[in-house]
Design a protein around this ligand. Structure first.
Ligand SMILES: [Zn+2]
Length: 127
């Protein structure tokens, strides 16, 4: 089950996806405040990077956001003891919410409009 906090952020992402940033518009103007893209799960803070559609989590040791390895609509984050785990949603559900594309070379998941792999830089095939 996706928590209400995560669902609210992903809903916002679905609404804004595909809306291009107008010339001269900053990311903050286009996507709103960063706090709007964050939800809390126990001690953890998760941040949805609105441009890439990737879920990041706040690494409390280093005080910076790190990639969870999952994109929007792919997983449900939940607590397991003190740690968070990402539970994969069904394939069809993930597909319906956000089109994503997997890099054939390294398996990195990127948004469907990405032309190059964020991980290895390979050109992604057209879909
Ligand atoms: Zn790759």
């Amino acid at each position: 089950m996706v928590t209400p906090g995560q669902a609210a952020v992903e809903k916002q992402a679905a609404r804004l996806r595909g809306a291009p940033i107008a010339p001269g518009q900053t990311c903050a103007q286009a996507y709103g405040a960063m706090e709007d893209w964050v939800f809390r799960l126990g001690p953890w803070l998760f941040f949805l990077e609105p441009v890439s559609g990737r879920w990041l989590f706040l690494d409390p040791v280093h005080g910076q956001y790190r990639d969870t390895g999952h994109g929007v609509g792919q997983v449900a984050f939940r607590l397991e003891g003190p740690a968070w785990v990402a539970e994969p949603l069904t394939r069809s559900a993930a597909k319906a919410e956000t089109p994503v594309r997997m890099c054939p070379a390294c398996g990195q998941i990127g948004s469907s409009d990405a032309r190059f792999c964020r991980s290895c830089g390979r050109t992604l095939p057209e879909t």
